[in-house]
Design a protein around this ligand. Structure first.
Ligand code: GLC
Ligand code: CA
Length: 549
């Protein structure tokens, strides 16, 4: 697919679009998005210009965690369609030169996977060692104090065999035992089976957890993580021209290069979350949001840009299916929705790395807010509600946090048109549609060249035209400024300077020499400018990008 060279892999001038299948397009009127629905929207993605699709899991699953609990790696969930629908989607996408990345969830399976059904059938069962079992502590209690990400202990007692099994997410998501070579070869065989079907690569779910050591409490970034990734590469990816992105909440600028360094033979890039967690409460995490801190945000991006400047590669994103809507989190989803959504897009897409768009972000979709816990669908939100309310947090305070940072904020149906169910379904959708779909939708956005959609389309196109966007080296500018995000890119004698106002106020500054530039406008969300001189006046959420070549 596309051009290949040692220095620049084929996928680097492409933008990735994440499809959350459950909420993208329903085709058969059951209120749940599906593969035939996605196929009917490929022209939309093609018109936007995306070069790769990351498909959140579509495998067979009881859907306790919306597909991140897989019961059969080689089958498609019936509510999403059939294997032939998936093959058809991959083929249809390929005709448009769009590659499909599947979501590889191999830290754990569903407890309904046949491996786990077998494993729990007896201590000597053939697949027992595919999972992690420990005897109760001498007092009969938990083997140790490791906690699950979704609340409660990471150990659940299996009464039949009298041992606990380990799960970093819900009890319905038992962790796989990567220390077992037989498990690892099953995983690699499965990966090869999918790669042979013509996918463009994988997004790898919580891949930094596979090297865990449950006995010492090490979950992320365990001692065997990188040996496993290198083995996986040798057994599956080596010799194939594919792209991989690992989800690694634990990655830091110090460990980033271990995953994506050229001589490492592990992954193409990883999602790091330092810009996300920098906005969380130190003690209560995302459920108790704190005021936006631009300096912390910039430091996170700048450190990663620096760490992967010469080697390795960044994955760039504002949102995904686990995170709030970008414009609600980092911009203004009211008065300056359009301006701030465009500003965020420009700042992200002109950094060095691969930009990822979460479905609906290109429309400037906003957080969906629910007024009662019963309207949320997400397992994590429900578990955490019980845990936090039991610990004394008021239900209203929890709902406020869930509406700001919870996972359902961004999982509601895609807005295709102004109809009651936003063109997503003819039935009752599995989760409520955002009330602003009548105003914010694809049909309206495509009809208005001043929309957020057209701005994304332009940015995606620029990337294919200007090597400086893909390859230029990055330097932060105005790093200490609490209101402005600015940086410079340099490549082959050209310079690009991006200056963005992250606030809803007018901002005026005297610019240091390194910010000044004269050339042409590459991207802006107000009247374009062609130079930056000694002072600058920025309107609310204004962004300007000037290229000198
Ligand atoms: C990842 C997924 C998330 C899922 C979790 C467990 O973080 O993005 O949606 O719940 O892994 O698989
Ligand atoms: Ca459906």
């Amino acid at each position: 697919m596309g051009q290949q060279s040692i220095s620049t892999p084929w996928w680097r001038d492409r933008v990735v679009y994440q499809v959350y299948p459950r909420s993208f397009q329903d085709s058969n009127g059951d209120g749940i998005g599906d593969l035939p629905g996605i196929r009917t929207r490929l022209d939309y993605l093609d018109a936007l210009g995306v070069g790769l699709i990351w498909l959140s899991p579509v495998f067979a699953s009881p859907m306790h965690d919306n597909g991140y609990d897989i019961s059969d790696y080689r089958a498609v969930a019936p509510e999403f369609g059939t294997l032939s629908d998936l093959d058809g989607l991959i083929a249809d996408a390929r005709k448009r030169d769009i590659g499909v990345l599947l979501d590889l969830v191999v830290n754990h399976t569903s407890d309904e996977h046949q491996w786990f059904r077998s494993a729990r059938s007896g201590r000597d069962a053939p697949f027992r060692d595919f999972y992690i079992w420990r005897d109760p502590a001498p007092d009969g209690g938990l083997p140790n104090g490791v906690r699950s990400t979704f609340g409660g202990p990471a150990w659940t007692l299996d009464p039949e065999t009298g041992q606990y099994y380990f799960h970093q997410f819900s009890p319905q998501q038992p962790d796989l035992n990567w220390a077992n070579p037989a498990l690892r070869s099953e995983i690699y065989a499965m990966m090869n089976w999918w790669l042979d079907r013509g996918i463009a690569g994988f997004r790898m779910d919580v891949i930094d957890l596979i090297g865990k050591d449950p006995d010492t409490g090490i979950t992320a970034n365990g001692p065997n993580l990188h040996p496993y990734l290198q083995e996986m590469h040798r057994q599956t990816l080596a010799g194939r021209d594919v792209v991989t992105v690992g989800e690694t909440w634990s990655a830091t600028p110090d460990t980033g290069l271990l995953y994506s360094g050229a001589d490492r033979n592990e992954l193409s890039m990883v999602f790091q979350f330092e810009h996300v967690t920098a906005q969380w409460h130190p003690e209560y995490g995302k459920w108790q949001p704190r005021p936006f801190d631009l300096i912390a945000l910039k430091q996170a991006f700048n450190r990663w840009q620096e760490a992967l400047a010469e080697d390795g590669w960044n994955a760039l994103f504002w949102g995904n299916h686990d995170l709030p809507r970008a414009v609600s989190k980092y911009g203004d989803d009211g008065e300056y929705r359009v301006e701030s959504a465009k500003m965020l897009a420009t700042v992200l897409h002109l950094m060095k790395g691969t930009p990822f768009i979460y479905q609906g972000e290109e429309l400037g979709m906003t957080n969906t807010r629910f007024d009662a816990i019963g309207k949320f669908r997400d397992i994590e939100t429900h578990n955490m509600y019980r845990e936090h309310v039991a610990a004394g947090l008021s239900p209203d305070a929890f709902l406020a946090g869930a509406n700001e940072n919870g996972r359902d904020t961004s999982r509601t149906p895609m807005h295709w048109d102004a109809s009651e169910t936003a063109g997503f379904t003819t039935a009752t959708p599995w989760i409520g549609v955002n009330a602003n779909a009548a105003e914010i939708n694809a049909q309206a956005a495509r009809a208005d060249t001043g929309s957020v959609w057209w701005h994304y389309r332009q940015l995606i196109g620029l990337r294919r035209e200007h090597p400086i966007i893909v390859e230029g080296c990055y330097s932060p500018l105005l790093a200490e400024d609490p209101q402005i995000f600015a940086y410079e890119r340099r490549h082959d004698g050209s310079r690009l300077v991006v200056i963005a106002n992250f606030t809803g106020e007018q901002v005026t500054r005297t610019l240091p020499a390194e910010c000044r530039i004269a050339g042409r406008s590459l991207s802006s969300n107000y009247a374009p400018v062609v130079s930056f001189g000694s002072t600058i006046d920025l309107a609310p959420y204004e962004v300007q990008a000037v290229l000198e070549d």
